[in-house]
Design a protein around this ligand. Structure first.
Ligand code: HEM
Length: 205
């Protein structure tokens, strides 16, 4: 038995989810920012931007089902399980590596193995984004599509207003995540490795 040099980490369903999700979220961020600045140019009118935002939202909603169900019924879900033991210690270790170690020739503290696909920072941020931020953005987004289902007022503040705030705050969080995610994905043996892996499924060790 020789040592393995590659792992099939990204099955087809995961790549399909990731592709539609990335495209959908990029459109949501661009149209979302555009809506906040209320630009109504003759070329790309406000209504078109709103329609695009709604369509991209539905794409993200449908692909979220693929992600959620896939992680429920396949082995991939176990990579998202967080253990309480050494939570902060591991977080700091990985943080130090990204901030200092990797620029000084240190070895990564949590190398990829068949059992460990994500390092702790990756894992925690994926869990926050995929099991908190994206679901909240989806639920508040659906609510804003059908504002009649939102309660009129709480503490004298309009329910629609509060829902919109929550929706934008979570959207903003996802935008920040995306920047960091795309940068961190370039950290590996060679910068292109991880991008290739999310396209062809194979992670090279
Ligand atoms: C242009 C946009 C994007 C690029 C280039 C990109 C790139 C990548 C790459 C290279 C990987 C595999 C390596 C790794 O796990 O770090 C990956 C995995 C992942 N990405 Fe992205 N990504 C993008 C958008 C997004 C968005 C918008 C989200 C969520 C809101 C997201 C969530 C994830 C998650 C959760 C994984 C791990 C999937 C798994 O293995 O179970 N990505 N991405």
């Amino acid at each position: 038995m020789g040592t393995i040099d590659k792992i099939y980490f990204y099955p087809v369903w995961l790549r399909i989810w990731h592709g539609f999700n990335a495209l959908g979220i990029l459109i949501l961020i661009i149209t979302g920012i555009s809506m906040q600045s209320s630009i109504d140019s003759p070329v790309i009118g406000f209504n078109l931007v709103v329609n695009l935002h709604n369509i991209a939202g539905i794409i993200v909603l449908i692909s979220y089902f693929i992600f959620f169900t896939g992680n429920l019924v396949t082995e991939n879900g176990k990579f998202y399980l967080i253990k309480r033991k050494d939570f902060f210690k591991n977080l700091i270790k990985q943080g130090k590596y990204y901030a200092w170690g990797m620029f000084h020739g240190e070895k990564t503290p949590f190398p990829v193995t068949e059992k460990r696909k994500f390092n702790p920072l990756q894992k925690y941020s994926y869990v926050i984004v995929m099991y908190l931020a994206v679901p909240v953005v989806i639920i508040t987004g659906i609510a804003l599509l059908f504002p009649e289902i939102i309660i009129d007022q709480t503490w004298g503040i309009s329910g629609v207003f509060l829902t919109a705030i929550l929706h934008s705050v979570m959207g903003f969080l996802i935008s920040i995540f995306l920047f960091i995610h795309v940068y961190i994905a370039s950290v590996g043996k060679s910068p292109k490795d991880n991008y290739k892996a999310i396209l062809n499924g194979w992670h090279h060790l």
